[in-house]
Design a protein around this ligand. Structure first.
Ligand SMILES: [Mg+2]
Length: 315
């Protein structure tokens, strides 16, 4: 796929926080789009230097929150030097966790995948928007009956964490990246949303990159629901919003100023970090290019060609 993707964000205020819904038009590349390396770019914004950390920002970081696809791997293949980067973090006595918006898979599925790729990482190293949604429900809707539009894996995870799932008389609706959607499920969820129940979404992404191209993600499901029921989610948990970052901070116990969000998407990964008190490092190994950065309002603290180039600056 070669055509460029155009996206814009719709910001809505929900309670104490602004929430972003991402709208994407057209199609796009599935990764490997960041081919512009090094050098200096003169744009509307301040010049951006690549592969530099003059202020020693990375030296002061204790916890690296890493996006996965486009940041450390592409599909089932490590991005060059990514494993060395992970090893370097641990050798220096620092930590990393993977943070993903994808709520169609459980943490165990990621552990298996990383294992297949030769990395032994426990579930403690994985943070998904599904887990962050569970934490949010426990805090804000304790004991409530939840209708979950999601895969069986996610349903098991919710139930295992004590969330009471209910198909007929729910009090809260949660939508996730359900890859087992059918018309009956869509009728149900639209009914509940039309009926005015609190409507929470695990994440806003419109498309999910795969090795074969894009597949429709949670945001596309929200658009369907909106077309029928006239509402977008009241709350969106995943990147670029703050709830997943709150959960990350809680889980890691690290101070916000000691955490950096590293990712290949400006409008989810970097925005999540920068909008919520973390540092943000853009890597050009996945979706975003320097051209995208030039046109973006989201400003990362640092930009690297890939995580490999960050290694000399870690300690
Ligand atoms: Mg990514």
């Amino acid at each position: 796929m070669k055509c460029r993707r155009h996206f814009f964000t719709l910001t809505v205020r929900v309670g104490d926080r602004m929430h972003k819904l991402i709208h994407v038009d057209g199609c796009g590349e599935t990764g490997g789009g960041g081919k512009l390396l090094g050098g200096l770019l003169q744009g509307r914004q301040k010049p951006v230097k690549v592969n530099e950390d003059k202020g020693g920002l990375l030296r002061g970081i204790e916890c690296f929150a890493l996006d996965m696809d486009g940041t450390v791997y592409l599909g089932e293949r490590w991005i060059d030097g990514a494993k060395d980067f992970l090893e370097a973090i641990e050798r220096l006595g620092k930590r990393y966790v993977f943070v993903t918006n994808n709520s169609s898979k459980s943490p165990e599925v990621y552990v298996e995948k990383l294992g297949r790729m030769g990395l032994e990482a426990g579930v403690d190293k994985i943070i998904t928007s599904g887990q962050a949604a569970i934490a949010y429900l426990k805090k804000h809707y304790p004991g409530k009956r939840v209708f979950l539009l999601g895969n069986d894996l996610l349903k098991q995870e919710f139930a295992g964490e004590g969330i009471y799932l209910e198909e007929e008389r729910p009090e809260v609706v949660v939508t996730a990246f359900d890859t087992t959607l059918d018309y009956g499920k869509m009728c149900k969820v639209c009914d509940f949303v039309r009926g005015g129940l609190p409507y929470i979404a695990t994440h806003p992404d419109y498309n999910c990159p795969t090795e074969e191209g894009f597949i429709p993600d949670a945001g596309a499901i929200h658009a369907f629901i909106h077309a029928s029921a006239g509402r977008y989610p009241d709350r969106v948990i995943g990147k670029p919003n703050g709830d997943i970052i709150d959960y990350l901070v809680e889980r890691t116990g690290a101070a916000k100023e000691k955490i950096v969000m590293v990712g290949d998407r400006l409008y989810t990964d970097i925005a999540a970090g920068k909008n919520n008190g973390l540092k943000g490092v853009l890597v050009l190994s996945g979706e975003a290019s320097l051209k995208d950065l030039e046109e973006s309002e989201v400003r990362p603290d640092l930009v690297f060609a890939s995580v490999k180039e960050m290694i000399p600056f870690l300690g």
